[in-house]
Design a protein around this ligand. Structure first.
Ligand code: ADP
Ligand code: MG
Length: 314
């Protein structure tokens, strides 16, 4: 853990001159500084987040790779847990990037989501705590999961195996007086059986969209697949949340993509956007979320604010 950045933020950290906002000739840098201060103040004012009436299960999906699914999963989950909620991350990508970022062991052969799906092992035996963030637990993925996509084909109830395992685990936790508030399932970049299992197990779909050219390409297919699962396997499923990631406020491209996404998905799109930030991309190589790696960075503040927004949209 980075010792310098773990001290809680105080008002003093953000006590910078904000009068620039009253100037007509405000520079882009001054505007960015002002926005950062305003965001930090909003985030600091939120010491805890409300528990939902029932466990909310989010599927973080987009069949495109590199759009920020894993980054969003670990940082939203981390933000919710840091604000006092009980959170489970299900790593459903054989790459195991979410397990890495949350510092949970996932070397080949480590029991994890593969054993839950293929062998029917209880989640209770597989879920591990994230060492850096109290209240956050992880069902890890190993490379063994790569074979599950094919192995599942011949198994009974192949689309509902994650749902069964997860529901049993959530019921056990609730009975033990330890209810989980949020589950976030990090999907692989495909629409195969693993993603279908996630869509059957979840109630809300969170789609991260990279603020880049071609951002909307493939979304039609994703939406159609979600509708199919909804119709045949999980009527309760709904796309509730869209998050713009890797947003670059300096480019008209990002603003243009954001406008298009908002025109298409309306108020499902979170007001908060996640800026492109080196700190966000550095954090996983230290086995951390950006929240613990650099808590005052724009990436950390934005994910905290996005998490707050999500808890307010029930
Ligand atoms: P996915 O899970 O959809 O494949 P990732 O979350 O792994 O996408 O992100 C892809 C790459 O982009 C990773 O290297 C990640 O660190 C980087 N990245 C994600 N979000 C940001 C951001 N806001 N700023 C900078 N880099 C980011
Ligand atoms: Mg990923």
């Amino acid at each position: 853990m980075n010792g310098e950045t773990t001290r809680p933020l105080t008002a003093g950290d953000i006590d910078v001159q904000t009068s620039a906002s009253s100037l007509d000739d405000e520079t882009p840098l001054a505007a960015a500084a002002r926005d950062h201060v305003a965001l930090a103040q909003r985030v600091l004012a939120t010491t805890s987040l409300p528990r939902p009436a029932h466990t909310r299960v989010f599927v973080v999906a987009n069949q495109k790779g590199g759009v920020g699914k894993t980054t969003t999963t670990v940082n939203i989950a981390g933000a919710l847990a840091l604000k006092g909620l009980r959170v489970l991350v299900v790593d459903l990508d054989p790459q195991g990037n979410a397990s890495t970022a949350l510092a949970v062991p996932h070397a080949e052969g480590t029991p994890g989501v593969y054993e839950a799906l293929v062998d029917g092992t209880d989640l209770d035996e597989l879920v591990r705590p994230c060492p850096d963030i109290p209240g956050l637990t992880v069902l890890p993925a190993t490379i063994d999961l790569a074979g599950a996509e094919i192995e599942l084909v011949s198994l009974v109830a192949r689309e509902t195996r994650l749902d069964k395992a997860l529901q049993a685990y959530l019921a056990d936790c609730e009975q033990a007086g330890d209810r989980i508030d949020y589950v976030l399932i990090d999907c692989p970049p495909s629409l195969g059986l693993l993603t279908v299992n996630a869509l059957v197990a979840g109630r809300e779909v969170l789609i991260p969209i990279q603020s880049e050219y071609y951002a909307l390409e493939g979304l039609g297919q994703l939406v159609r697949n979600i509708s199919l699962v909804q119709k045949h396997l999980n009527p309760a499923l709904d796309i509730t949340t869209i998050l713009l990631t890797m947003y670059d406020a300096r480019t008209r491209l990002s603003a243009g993509v954001a406008d298009e996404v908002r025109a298409f998905f309306g108020d499902k799109v979170l007001k908060t956007v996640i800026p492109r930030s080196v700190r966000v991309s550095e954090a996983p190589s230290y086995q951390q979320t950006v929240l613990t790696y650099d808590q005052s960075s724009s990436g950390a503040l934005s994910y905290l604010e996005a998490a707050r927004e999500i808890t307010g949209r029930v």
